[in-house]
Design a protein around this ligand. Structure first.
Ligand code: ZN
Length: 442
């Protein structure tokens, strides 16, 4: 089991510390109010917006308001679990957070990673013999033809209809064979009318690298990305940061590479692998020192490909990649597995973000300026802390194991916190793990 050998925290100090990091960051947010009209602190306002994501419950705040007014006698799980003083209204939260710059909320991403490092959990994040795989992926997280804000991107259809949308380049640590991702600082695609998604995403990705690559250098990262990343400018940006890349490379969009591979003998190896009850034939091919594009200044890259065929010889999957890392018979299989781990971002992070009955803007709406990006940031921070807790917080891990899955863990957490006031995370997680009975009303 991958967590063996960690220095576990004895209590839920790890989790409380990370929630406090979010509180501290929110306390430092710019407050646009003037005078004495400040019943609710920015800390309470930020934590309130964070809480539905962290508890995976869109109606968390409304349950806690009812608890406060009823059996809680002025207290709720907002106070005991999140360290809030008061619960602001959804309208107030929306109004106060709409002008907040999303980047002023990014510190908890660093805090979650640092906490994992301190807890000795970093080895659980590494791949390819000491590297960390950081997947970059642009995802549209909002689209409407009615609602819009100042920072929406737009897209005009042939029939004149205009789509308003938001896209974020999410960066996450991934690992082959693991069902989790650890979100890092994101970068929002700036509204730029007239550019298509790919141009914008590529620019945002380069902006991300310029802003963040040195921050994550200590992780010895290998950056993963889809075909729009495997262009010379992005590759150069990665190399300039002293890091490595392993990007999808489609033949259609890399004609020079495709030409070099045509009609030549390419090294390869094959292996039969059993998946479920069926056998599949895996073939890897690779080639070193190809120019990424036409022209004298073209960067030299190494190319690899994986093909999976079923027992009838039908191709089930094929993809090719480029990298600056050495490729050979000894590591091509691991490199292909690492490159494919990128899909986890979509499967794990954004499907959870968009589906599972959870509407991102359920409580607070879209806002006029930054609200949409602020809410996505809180959601990603919640994911980061969930994963950190799963890797390094004994009580959290035990509660998930007892529940049988993360989904059921959150189902139970949602149900219990709607009706019972827990004095602490220790009490809640031990109740979820059947180690303690639920607390009696005080
Ligand atoms: Zn918008």
């Amino acid at each position: 089991m991958f967590w063996v050998g960690f220095r576990f925290y004895d209590s839920v100090g790890f989790l409380n510390d990370l929630i406090e990091c979010v509180g501290r960051t929110c306390a430092g947010l710019a407050d646009k109010r003037r005078g004495k009209n400040a019943q609710f602190s920015m800390r309470d306002i930020g934590l309130a917006a964070f809480s539905p994501f962290f508890m995976q419950c869109p109606s968390f705040l409304s349950h806690q308001r009812q608890m406060c007014a009823g059996i809680g006698h002025g207290r709720s799980n907002c106070q005991t679990l999140l360290g809030m003083e008061h619960i602001p209204s959804d309208n107030h939260i929306r109004a106060m957070l709409d002008d907040v710059e999303p980047s002023s909320l990014f510190e908890p991403f660093d805090d979650a990673l640092a906490a994992l490092e301190t807890a000795g959990a970093l080895p659980s994040l590494t791949s390819l013999g000491g590297h960390t795989l950081i997947a970059l992926d642009g995802t549209q997280y909002f689209c409407s033809n009615k609602l819009s804000c100042r920072n929406c991107s737009t897209r005009k259809h042939a029939n004149g209809q205009i789509d308003y949308f938001h896209t974020v380049v999410a960066a996450s640590i991934v690992k082959p064979g693991k069902t989790w991702v650890l979100p890092l600082r994101p970068e929002f695609v700036e509204p730029q009318q007239g550019y298509d998604k790919q141009d914008c995403e590529s620019r945002a990705a380069r902006r991300w690298l310029a802003l963040n690559a040195s921050r994550y250098c200590r992780l010895n990262p290998v950056y993963l990305g889809d075909d729009i990343y495997s262009k010379q400018p992005v590759c150069e940006e990665v190399l300039a940061a002293g890091a490595h890349f392993l990007f999808v490379c489609k033949p259609d969009s890399h004609k020079t590479i495709a030409e070099y591979l045509t009609g030549v003998e390419v090294p390869s190896r094959s292996r039969k692998i059993k998946r479920g009850k069926k056998y599949f034939n895996y073939t890897w091919r690779w080639m070193l020192g190809l120019p990424i594009r036409d022209g004298k200044d073209a960067l030299d890259i190494n190319w690899l490909e994986i093909t999976i065929r079923d027992s009838n010889g039908k191709t089930n999957y094929r993809n090719s990649f480029i990298t600056d890392l050495p490729v050979g018979a000894d590591n091509v299989e691991h490199l292909a597995a690492a490159a494919r781990a990128r899909w986890k971002i979509e499967n794990e992070t954004f499907n959870t973000l968009k589906t599972k009955g959870y509407n991102l803007e359920h409580n607070f709406g879209h806002g006029k300026n930054n609200l949409s990006a602020v809410l996505v940031t809180f959601n990603l921070i919640a994911f980061a802390i969930h994963l950190a807790a799963e890797l390094a917080e004994t009580e959290w891990k035990a509660a998930i194991e007892i529940a049988g899955s993360r989904v059921r863990f959150f189902d139970n957490l949602r149900a219990l916190t709607a009706y019972i006031l827990f004095p602490s995370w220790d009490s809640l997680l031990k109740t979820l793990a059947f180690q303690l009975p639920p607390p009696l009303p005080s």
